[in-house]
Ligand binder design. Structure first.
Ligand code: PFF
Length: 451
């Protein structure tokens, strides 16, 4: 059998894991979910959900992945032979592909916005035309499907390149560029008239805005943002070398992910308030706000604005790609290792299947917007199903597996690298994995079902 590939260095591990974690979830999803649940109070809830539930599950997945050196499905079978634990692995094959199908639609939006930036449309058109563009674009039939197709083709192309040449190289360049650009946008956004209201929205918690769904939404966002419960982190951890410190790379990923989300909030919300846009308008929020920022900026700094807008959409696209490739990689690892398929057909098959479902998601903003499942459009239904249910469910399986099934000595061995580091942290995380994380997920599930 061919030897499995590994990530080259610690920096590469963090970059690739952070590449999976940091994506549209931080820049597109976090600001609008935040807007729907009232700002600062939701951020606090989100941080609690991340620390007590999501980060421990990140470690649970890392432990399973590196211990087994296997894809998500094979891992559970290898570590618990003769049991039914690996049935849960099926969830991890299906969920990331479902997520990818609608993620690719939003990825397509960023492709389209990059083209609009390249043709200077946001910086030269009148302000009203710029803010109204999003609605016209997503409700049309062909253009968004074409953009979705372009995005999906890029994802498949990178995954075909394999772990080292494709995923690792790509993440290393994209993430630092994105970071610098977000800082630039924050600085500009804070200078806009009326931006102080946006800052207050992010910093002054108003707990009366939190409703019964907020807990599930916070947990769902934490899972989505850290790519948890669907086997992505597990699969990436299976490429991590034995000497690597799992706690350091995990915390590095989680902290940078949180930082990017909060930074995106500070880049977007002041501009949202300045533009008089409603913060709770849903999935279009960032795509309506960014062109507004670039258009305003163009008044005083036309060239700078055009350059920043192009660079920003390149970076968003890159961030979206590093996340999307991790979703596809889970299924590809499964088909190549468990079913003996070659990498090329496995990648093409899964990409095609996902692309088809994505078309329905794209149409649900336009011709199919009247088709509702439990009151949601197809796009929203898939997003709620995956983030609020399937991802936490997968996380529950992983945390129970590591907390209660895997021998304690194995868990200690992985988290402390054979007792050489992190001994105190290991105790804290073992407790969170065994008790706090599973109870947290079950409580949120029950609240959601009963209220
Ligand atoms: N964490 C990614 C983001 O925030 O954009 C989304 C994601 C990646 C979800 C990989 C699930 C996944 F398996």
């Amino acid at each position: 059998m061919k030897a499995r590939e590994n990530f080259g260095s610690r920096a590469a591990v963090i970059m690739a894991m952070a590449g999976s974690a940091i994506g549209l979830g931080n820049i597109w999803r976090f600001p609008y979910i935040l807007g729907e649940y009232g700002g600062a109070a939701f951020i606090l809830l989100y941080i609690v959900a991340s620390l007590l539930v999501a980060v421990p599950i990140f470690f649970a997945e890392s432990i399973i992945g590196r211990r087994s050196r296997s894809n998500a499905y094979g891992a559970l079978r290898k570590l618990a032979p003769g049991t039914r634990w690996h049935w849960a692995g099926i969830l991890t094959i299906v969920s990331p592909l479902l997520i990818l199908s609608y993620y690719s639609v939003v990825g397509g939006w960023s492709v389209q916005y990059l083209f609009k930036s390249l043709s200077f449309d946001f910086t030269s058109a009148p302000a009203e035309a710029v803010s109204g563009y999003f609605g016209t674009f997503i409700s049309s039939t062909w253009q968004p499907i074409l953009s979705h197709t372009a995005f999906m083709a890029m994802v498949a192309g990178i995954v075909l390149g394999g772990v080292k040449k494709g995923i690792e190289k790509f993440s290393n360049i994209a993430m630092p560029v994105l970071f610098v650009l977000i800082v630039a946008i924050i600085v500009y956004s804070l200078t806009l008239p009326g931006s102080a209201k946006g800052v207050a929205y992010l910093l002054k918690p108003d707990f009366s805005k939190l409703n019964a769904d907020a807990g599930a939404a916070a947990l769902g966002q934490a899972f989505f943002s850290l790519s948890l419960g669907v086997g992505t982190i597990l699969t990436y951890a299976s490429y991590v070398k034995k000497e690597e410190n799992l706690i350091v790379s995990g915390l590095g990923t989680a902290v940078s992910d949180l930082l990017f989300a909060v930074m995106a909030g500070f880049a977007i919300m002041p501009a949202v308030f300045s533009a008089g846009i409603e913060p709770g308008t849903g999935p279009g929020l960032v795509f309506e706000t960014l062109p507004f920022i670039f258009n305003r900026m163009a008044g005083s700094l036309p060239i700078v604005s055009a350059i920043i807008s192009i660079a920003f959409f390149v970076a968003i696209l890159a961030a979206a790609l590093t996340s999307a490739i991790s979703m596809l990689e889970v299924g590809v690892a499964f088909l190549t290792e468990e079913k003996g398929m070659k990498r090329v057909p496995a990648t093409l098959l899964l990409a095609f299947f996902t692309w088809l479902i994505g078309i329905l998601c794209s149409l649900s903003f336009g011709p199919m917007s009247g088709v509702r499942i439990l009151g949601d459009t197809f796009f929203d239904f898939l997003d709620h199903l995956c983030s609020n249910w399937l991802m936490p469910l997968g996380g529950l399986v992983f945390t129970l597996f590591v907390g209660w099934k895997l021998p304690k000595a194995d868990v200690r061995d992985e988290l402390t690298n054979g007792g050489t580091c992190n001994r105190v942290l290991y105790r804290v995380f073992y407790y969170l994995i065994r008790f706090v994380a599973p109870v947290g997920i079950v409580v949120v599930f029950l609240t959601n079902l009963l209220l």
